[in-house]
Design a protein around this ligand. Structure first.
Ligand SMILES: NC(=O)c1ccc[n+]([C@@H]2O[C@H](COP(=O)([O-])OP(=O)(O)OC[C@H]3O[C@@H](n4cnc5c(N)ncnc54)[C@H](OP(=O)(O)O)[C@@H]3O)[C@@H](O)[C@H]2O)c1
Length: 490
């Protein structure tokens, strides 16, 4: 792997502490960092590199998926000492010139050859500003070295703002050097979907409208919005979850086999799915959490949360029925559901297979359907429900489940999404990042729903905290003779 310096803008922020530092430590432990490597945390506070190293240690101890079992002295020598702090206020564009000099000094020390990963772990309003300042100070040169930028979500607030942001970034970085993070793609099970579909002979032949009744994709959360009221009032569930994570899961389930396993071939197929999406106005449901009692505790309504308008109409729940208009999926509904303050926290893709009407055992209408579940989190795994004969006399049929949990693989401790993603950026592999046209088509899809909601005078349905959302979401299913499944139990 090429040597490089990872420059983290927002080096004192929450994302860096909770995700990036622990991910880097795990990569170090696995021997996955390049030989020539350094980290520069950029922030506006008065801090020393020593203090940053202490924060790195603290965040590893608090947030890492595995305890720090390394020899501390060795860890210090070969890992912690590579962390540096650089004080810079984004508003002060002269500071970038000094940052450039600082990075070039580190190039000498660590043999990093001018290669950079600029990770923008900052609020979206700074994305363009930082990118432009990097350009103005000749910090992105690409002559024999490479410079890549990693952008956190959200990538715009709608198609128009995403177009503007993209144009700004493209002034400085080529498309191949822009890594738009969707951390769901870094999750193990999301990566397993393609393998499951295309590395097994028995799934692909039945992966179509002849055998599949419908698909449900749920990303449910028990938490409310916490301290993120300011952000959420501009975003809502549709932009926060559907435009990115849910669309990405949907494309992985629905895409055609790519011509090969190259980054662009995979992305081409995902884009085709996004271009084929269709949704009707009556098939989208929104909701907002009201008060509720969960585990004996009274939870406040969304409108009573900090930094939320008392008459806010922002949705904290969205459910929709969409179709993919192609030969494989014609007439197979994909139901998507996401929300806050729901009874369970989990992310799952559930595929319900059709019954064969009126034949042999299928004459019994109570026969359970075959269901395949891909659990993305927690306890990632794949579960297959099928029918078998109840052992003993008689012909009673019972449903049973075949389960596979990732953690059953010997010694497996699922890497955090950010480990895989950081490693891929350093390797220059952008398969698990979203290409511009994926962002564009998902915004096109989401924007039309936003327009319907914003031109509607209907009050937003309120659901009690701790319930499965507004009754309209159940009706969306009931009207089709179907129902939502909760988290799959093995
Ligand atoms: N937190 C997560 O788990 C998470 C998950 C997914 C995506 N994200 C995305 O990641 C990004 C960062 O989120 P976060 O939660 O880490 O935010 P945060 O905790 O508010 O951190 C923001 C960082 O930006 C720095 N900053 C702000 N204004 C600055 C300025 N003028 N000059 C220099 N530094 C400045 C802050 O420095 P100070 O410390 O001095 O304020 C801080 O280091 C956002 O785009 C967010 O949507 C976060």
């Amino acid at each position: 792997m090429d040597p490089c310096i990872l420059v983290i803008f927002g080096g004192t922020g929450d994302l860096t502490r909770r995700k990036l530092y622990p991910a880097l430590c795990n990569l170090y432990r696995e021997g996955l960092l390049p030989e020539g490597f350094a980290v520069v945390s950029v922030g506006r506070r008065d801090l020393s590199s020593e203090q940053v190293r202490e924060t790195v240690m603290d965040s590893i101890n608090e947030f890492s998926r595995q305890p720090c079992s390394c020899n501390l002295e060795e860890l210090e020598q070969s890992f912690l000492n590579r962390f540096h702090y650089y004080k810079l206020d984004f508003a002060d564009s002269t500071g970038y010139g000094h940052l450039k000099d600082f990075l070039e000094e580190l190039d000498q020390e660590y043999n990093t050859a001018g290669n950079r990963v600029f990770f923008l772990a900052v609020a979206p309003e700074y994305f363009s500003e930082i990118s432009n300042d990097l350009h103005n100070h000749n910090m992105v040169i690409n002559n024999g070295s490479w410079q890549r930028v990693v952008i956190e979500k959200p990538f715009g607030q709608d198609l128009d703002s995403a177009l503007v942001l993209n144009a700004e970034l493209r002034k400085t970085f080529g498309e191949q050097n822009i890594y738009r993070i969707d951390h769901y793609l870094g999750k193990e099970m999301a990566q397993s979907i393609m393998v499951m579909r295309f590395a097994n002979a028995f799934f692909e032949p039945i992966w179509n409208n002849k055998y599949i009744d419908h698909v449900q994709i749920s990303i449910c959360e028990t938490d409310g919005i916490g301290t993120r009221g300011g952000y959420y009032e501009q975003s809502g569930a549709l932009r926060d979850m559907v435009q990115n994570h849910m669309m990405q899961l949907l494309t992985l389930v629905a895409m055609e086999p790519p011509v090969d396993l190259s980054t662009e071939a995979i992305r081409d197929e995902k884009v085709k799915v996004l271009r084929s999406l269709s949704v009707k106005r009556e098939d989208v449901v929104r909701g907002q959490y009201g008060e509720g009692i969960v585990d004996g505790q009274r939870l406040k309504a969304y409108r009573d949360e900090d930094k939320v308008a008392p008459d806010s109409n922002m949705e904290t729940f969205a459910a929709l029925k969409v179709f993919i208009e192609n030969f494989r999926w014609a007439q197979v509904p994909f139901y998507l559901r996401t929300g806050k303050r729901l009874p369970h926290k989990y992310a799952e893709i559930l595929i319900k297979f059709k019954k064969i009407p009126g034949v042999l055992y299928f004459k019994d209408s109570s026969l359970n359907p075959n269901i395949l579940t891909i659990r993305v989190q927690p306890d990632e795994g794949i579960f297959l429900k099928f029918n078998t004969k109840n052992p003993g006399p008689g012909q009673t049929i019972i449903p049973v489940s075949m389960d596979f949990y990732q953690h059953e693989i010997d010694g497996f401790n699922s890497p955090e999404a950010y480990e895989r993603l950081l490693h891929d950026v350093m390797r220059g592999d952008s398969t698990l990042f979203t290409r511009w046209d994926e962002v564009e088509y998902s915004w096109r899809f989401v924007d039309q729903i936003e327009r319907w909601w914003h031109t509607s005078n209907e009050p937003i349905p309120i659901y009690a905290s701790g319930t499965w959302g507004p009754k309209e979401a159940d009706l969306l299913m009931k009207n089709d003779g179907r129902e939502w499944f909760g988290p799959t139990k093995s």
